[in-house]
Write a protein that binds this ligand. Structure first.
Ligand code: LMR
Length: 392
């Protein structure tokens, strides 16, 4: 059987991560995978996470299964922190998922099961794994335009693309900190976009992997509430990888949201069946960490404070890089980098330029030009900007 296999290229983000790790140069610059790094280049374990882990090690009495839907208290507390006006079990319900990607996969499979004719509308550009995951569940994909190298989202352009959608089609939206552009619609524009989606009888599918990285936890969560309040039904993929810094613990949740809808429990039984036949039951550790933090006011306050420190460093990096690029190359408008949110922004380069940057300068951007600004050493920003503009 194995002789039938053809080599398959790995995802471009994973390929860049691997190449960076293997590069022996000491002055290499990592703009690659979406992982936060501090000024020293480390991705620390957050204080509250360390404390929660200590308590778990001491207090845990069993390692028996957690159930197909995972730690339901975790799902309840996490979803409640994102959608405070929504009762768990009545207005929303869901399962613990294997990271945000696992949540996207479960919800995509559910949408395919419940509406096999639905097409999936994705922003162009979007996170490359969206297309890969949707392709793996046999989905038909379409795209709507999203701004590149600009700070404003053109809602009219998106809605006019969605004029070609059929009722029941699914629209992928990024909760905040759009990956890869870093550009989010302002709340009024987002409201207009969601109203247009609802008018066209489409289903919003929100991928929220960066709650807390844009305007802070409450404001980023409010964006998701805004969508939920305007749409009769919503699919919601939540990730704890970045905002709790527990990337390798693969912790997330797949949620079905619809105020007071008695069908929620029935739809959730389908989600549970998909989970059971995919991996049976999720791992416990990451969800237990997050639950422990949410259950303790002091730990929660400390986690939120550290999340703010992380968010602020990324903000400083964005502004510093935009300014340094403006010094290095004055004939371009770099304000979109400063005005964006979260880890990512785009550099206007071809995949060949990205390769040149990697090979000649040791600067690792994703081939589509995505830069993770959270990983750079702010004190070296002029040096880094000079390397980036060398290929423009
Ligand atoms: C990213 O976009 O870099 C992260 O979400 C990590 C990943 O899995 O691609």
């Amino acid at each position: 059987m194995f002789e039938n296999a053809q080599p398959r290229p790995i995802d471009q983000i994973i390929a860049v991560t691997r190449a960076y790790a293997e590069d022996p140069r000491t002055d290499k610059v990592d703009f690659g995978i979406g992982v936060y790094k501090d000024e020293m280049g480390n991705t620390p374990v957050m204080r509250a996470v360390k404390e929660a882990e200590r308590r778990l090690v001491e207090g845990q009495k069993t390692k028996t299964y957690v159930g197909v839907g995972g730690d339901q208290k975790f799902v309840d507390l996490l979803s409640g922190a994102v959608l405070p006006g929504y009762g768990y079990g009545t207005d929303m319900i869901g399962v613990q998922a294997i990271g945000g990607s696992g949540a996207v996969r479960l919800l995509a499979e559910l949408a395919r099961t419940l509406n096999p004719d639905a097409r999936f509308w994705l922003p162009e550009p979007t996170w490359p794994n969206h297309g890969a995951i949707l392709g793996a569940v046999g989905a038909t994909m379409e795209s709507y335009p999203y701004p590149k190298y600009k700070a404003e989202v053109d809602v009219d352009a998106i809605l006019s693309a969605l004029d070609a959608a059929n009722p029941g089609d699914v629209v992928i939206l990024h909760g905040s900190c759009h990956n890869p552009t870093g550009i989010d619609p302002e709340p009024e524009a987002l409201a207009r976009l969601v109203d247009g989606i609802v008018e066209r009888e489409l289903m919003p599918f929100v991928d929220a992997a960066y709650v807390g990285f844009g305007h802070g936890w409450a404001d980023d969560a409010a964006r998701i509430s805004l969508i939920a309040e305007r749409a009769p039904e919503m699919l919601l993929a939540l990730s704890c990888s970045k905002n709790f810094g527990i990337y390798r613990e693969r912790t997330g949740a797949a949620l079905l949201v619809s105020k007071g809808n008695p069908q929620l429990a029935v739809a959730n039984s389908q989600l549970l069946a998909i989970a059971r036949q995919s991996y049976s039951m999720p791992p416990d550790h990451g969800a237990s960490i997050v639950r422990t933090i949410f259950e303790d006011d002091a730990l929660k306050a400390d986690w939120l404070a550290e999340l703010e420190e992380i968010r602020n460093r990324i903000r400083v990096n964005r502004s510093a890089l935009a300014l340094a690029l403006a010094r290095a190359k004055q004939d371009r408008d770099w304000t979109y980098i400063d005005k964006g949110f979260g880890m990512f922004s785009l550099l206007d380069v071809t995949p060949e330029d990205a390769k040149t940057l990697r090979e000649d300068q040791g600067v690792y951007v994703i081939p589509d030009g995505r830069m993770n600004i959270a990983g750079i050493d702010t004190s070296k920003v002029d040096e880094i900007a000079a390397k980036l503009v060398s290929v423009l």
